[in-house]
Design a protein around this ligand. Structure first.
Ligand code: ATP
Length: 286
């Protein structure tokens, strides 16, 4: 079953298309990541899916509902989704536990606030005032508020900005566990390693259009791209691109009769591929 269905979505501001004919199908239990440079149309798309912006044209169904629905339908819709926005909310004079307790009453099937506090790693901060939390801890609270309603679909916008590396890893674990429990997640991120670590599929958006939808490992022909072998010989760096890196390394090992100096075998990262896609697009349109 698809949780998000988008056909030929368009939205313009003052005659310029921010979203210019997007098609998307996102399945239940999938982590789907939207990638694209600043101004690509990600936020506009996501906010249309969340029901915060109206579209000019196109078909949109989220959990089978048109997000532009009004009245009781809108309340039912909100009850089933969770949103973590880019900027942090401000409720500085409440404690962490009070805030989650308070927001849990907005939802019909809310999770236990204590379990959510533990899940986002704020157990030791439960009695602390929000204004006394660090930036990364506040971001965790935002995530806690996004999942307190036990959403079927979670929108995550730049969720780990301000996290230290350890906190990011543990947050990724939390997101995977939500997915494993059946939550569908739409992740917007500028961190390519985050998309690689989490996303089942990614869409690259530029200038309001989707360039490609694929798994992180096969985007832009990545799965079949050549390996790059580099090593040092007589003080100079050497490089070879090959489909058979093992043969190249064996040959070099024979040549050097043992250790190959400064040997590195690498494949293009998701970031390499992404930058190439975005760059190519700009070249084509220039
Ligand atoms: P970022 O990565 O910077 O958040 P984005 O991919 O989310 O970028 P959008 O915020 O969707 O991009 O913006 C897409 C385009 O639409 C941009 O050119 C932006 O200037 C324009 N735009 C967005 N919102 C409005 C608005 N309310 N009024 C006018 N133009 C807008």
């Amino acid at each position: 079953m698809s949780v998000i269905e988008v056909r030929n979505l368009r939205k313009s501001y003052a005659g310029n298309f921010a979203v210019d004919g997007i098609d998307l199908t996102i399945g239940e239990g999938e982590i789907f990541s939207l990638l694209g440079p600043n101004g690509a149309g990600k936020t506009t798309t996501v906010e249309i899916l969340e029901g915060f912006r109206t579209r000019d044209s196109g078909e949109v169904r989220v959990l089978g509902i048109d997000p532009q629905v009004k009245g009781d339908g809108a309340r039912t819709f909100r009850d089933r989704i969770g949103i973590v926005l880019q900027s942090t909310s401000d409720a500085g004079d409440l404690k962490v536990s009070e805030t989650l307790e308070y927001f849990s009453h907005y939802y019909s099937g809310a999770k236990d606030p204590n379990e959510v506090i533990e899940a986002v790693g704020l157990g030791e901060k439960r009695d602390q005032l929000i204004r006394e939390l660090s930036g990364g801890q506040r971001r965790r609270l935002d995530v806690a508020l996004g999942i307190i309603g036990n959403p079927e679909l979670l929108f995550l916008d730049e969720p780990t900005t301000g996290f230290d590396p350890e906190a990011r890893r543990s947050f990724w674990g939390l997101i995977r566990s939500l997915r494993d429990a059946g939550t569908t997640i739409l992740l917007t991120t500028h961190y390519l390693d985050e998309a690689e670590a989490l996303a089942d599929r990614v869409a690259v958006i530029n200038k309001g259009k989707i360039l490609e939808i694929s798994t992180p490992s096969s985007l832009g022909g990545r799965a079949t791209s050549q390996a790059r072998v580099t090593w040092e010989k007589d003080g100079e760096m050497c490089e070879e691109f090959t489909n058979e890196p093992t043969s190249v390394v064996s040959r070099l090992a024979r040549q050097f009769e043992g250790e190959i100096p400064k040997l590195v075998v690498s494949r293009p990262t998701l970031e390499d591929i992404y930058l190439e896609m975005i760059g190519q697009r700009i070249e084509v349109e220039a």
